[in-house]
Design a binder for this molecule. Structure first.
Ligand SMILES: [Zn+2]
Length: 118
């Protein structure tokens, strides 16, 4: 089992918001000091916050998680999922409104387009 997997599963099992960037091998998560996004190396688990300049590793986060809950992080994939769920519900409620399904496809296209640009 790779250390990368262990670090990612920490966020999964503790239900902490995170974004994994496979190209840069970093994991974004809510900083335990200031709630802005901190970045962790998925290989070493060393993390740093650009906002408050705190740093640490996985053991700091483990200690923190025993007594506190992590803040929230805006996760675009989760947000897209929620938007699609709302649009699906609206399509069922208003089946004659064909703009809703077109709107859903346009949002998905827009998000994918933005993802490709990044
Ligand atoms: Zn911070």
């Amino acid at each position: 089992m790779s250390s990368e997997y262990v670090h990612l599963s920490f966020f999964k099992t503790h239900k902490i918001d995170y974004i994994y960037h496979p190209n840069s091998k970093t994991i974004e998560f809510p900083c335990i000091h200031c709630q802005h996004a901190a970045k962790m190396s998925s290989k070493s688990s060393e993390w740093f916050c650009d906002h408050c300049h705190q740093n640490g590793n996985l053991s700091n986060l483990l200690e923190f998680s025993k007594l506190h809950t992590f803040g929230k992080l805006f996760v675009p994939k989760k947000e897209l999922k929620r938007i699609i769920q709302i649009l699906n519900r609206l399509s069922k409620k208003y089946p004659d409104e064909c703009n809703l399904s077109s709107l859903k496809n346009r949002i998905i296209y827009l998000v994918n387009y933005c993802n490709d640009k990044n």
